[in-house]
Design a protein around this ligand. Structure first.
Ligand SMILES: [Ca+2]
Ligand SMILES: [Ca+2]
Ligand SMILES: [Ca+2]
Ligand SMILES: [Ca+2]
Length: 357
């Protein structure tokens, strides 16, 4: 029999007779990123970890904006729906919370041929020896073309030539590359004693040198210094003015008097043998003249300078000269070529004292 009333269950309950709790969670009343919890007469929506909101609406939390997220300072934080991740940056290795330098050099062959690996914090580089450069890490070391890159110290007036591992500067003729000064320096060709031929001397010059012939020599056809025959030139006239004959000698010339003449000052004169009025000889002395030279010779039995002649018998008997002068000495003195010796003069002095005492 129908009742005259209906019983309506409170919200959250259901049932025709006694009201029993209704499990709202079976109708998915929460946001997909929320947890639904059924309660007596109601339910609760709570956003899942990594989301925030009412539970009916849940939004992703960007953990990377928080300083407390815990990524290493050498890691990249990446936000994702409901979560995040810490990934070590290039050059570091670890779990993202802790990132340590990666020693790339422990990896064989990381640098190309000829290069050495240098590990640094967060990175590494490949070093090449001087004269080489790496276009990329894996390319290895290739010769640096210093002439093309301008990485050279060749002076402007030189030619740069590249070679493997280096370069050369070729200076103009007469100059050589001075790497210390970075200039093309003059070559001192004269330091080679054989650079000039015989009868010449070397004079260094900037960029060149000269071989200067010695006096009396001049350059011949083969650039060798040859003796000048002065007798073919003015010397012949000079000698002729002496009434002499010009004789060419290596490096010079000489004027030679003809037979029977001798050079007296600047003239070849007749060779006289008579001492004449100019006889310089003293008593008991014979004068002779040859080639302009007077010779005084003490007579037999006399000795002395020729200008002063003393009786040898008297002197020897006196015993003054017997020990120092050969009592058989003729006493010949060539006045033009020698002077009386000190000894002879001493003897004469003693003899003079003896005779005139
Ligand atoms: Ca490293
Ligand atoms: Ca080079
Ligand atoms: Ca020079
Ligand atoms: Ca000559």
């Amino acid at each position: 029999m129908p009742r005259g009333y209906d019983c309506l269950c409170h919200p959250g309950y259901t049932g025709a007779g006694p009201c029993i709790d209704f499990d709202e969670c079976v109708t998915d009343p929460c946001h997909p990123n929320a947890e639904c919890t059924n309660t007596e007469g109601a339910y609760r929506c709570e956003c899942k970890t990594g989301f925030w909101g009412s539970g009916v609406v849940c939004q992703d939390v960007n953990e990377c904006l928080s300083l407390q997220v815990g990524c290493s300072e050498n890691a990249e934080c990446t936000n994702s729906d409901g979560s995040f991740s810490c990934v070590c940056q290039d050059g570091y290795e670890g779990d993202g919370q802790t990132c340590n330098d990666k020693d790339e050099c422990s990896q064989a062959g990381i640098c190309g041929a000829g290069a050495s690996c240098v590990n640094v914090v967060g990175s590494f580089h490949c070093a090449c020896p001087v004269g080489y450069a790496a276009s990329s890490q894996s390319a290895g070391c290739l010769d640096d073309d210093e002439c093309a890159t301008g990485n050279n110290r060749c002076p402007d007036d030189s030619t740069c030539t590249n070679n493997d591992g280096g370069y050369t500067c070729d200076c103009p003729a007469g100059y050589q590359w001075d790497s210390a000064g970075g200039v093309c320096a003059d070559v001192n060709e004269c330091s080679d004693p054989n650079v000039c031929s015989q009868h010449s001397s070397c004079a260094n010059d900037d960029g060149s040198y000269l071989c200067v012939c010695d006096v009396g020599y001049s350059k011949g056809a083969s650039d060798i210094c040859e003796d000048v025959n002065e007798c073919d030139e003015v010397a012949d006239e000079i000698c002729e003015s002496f009434v002499a004959v010009c004789i060419n000698i290596p490096g010079g010339y000489t004027c030679q008097c003809p037979e029977g003449r001798y050079l007296d000052g600047f003239l070849c004169v007749e060779d006289a043998t008579d001492c004449g009025a100019n006889n310089p000889c003293g008593e008991n002395s014979i004068c002779s003249l040859e080639g302009g030279d007077y010779t005084c010779e003490c007579d037999d039995g006399y000795f002395g300078t020729g200008q002063l002649c003393f009786d040898k018998t008297t002197a020897c008997r006196a015993g003054i000269v017997s020990q120092s002068v050969n009592c058989t000495t003729s006493g010949t003195v060539r006045l033009s070529s020698s002077k009386p010796s000190l000894l002879i003069l001493l003897v004469i002095l003693l003899l003079t004292l003896f005779l005139f005492h």
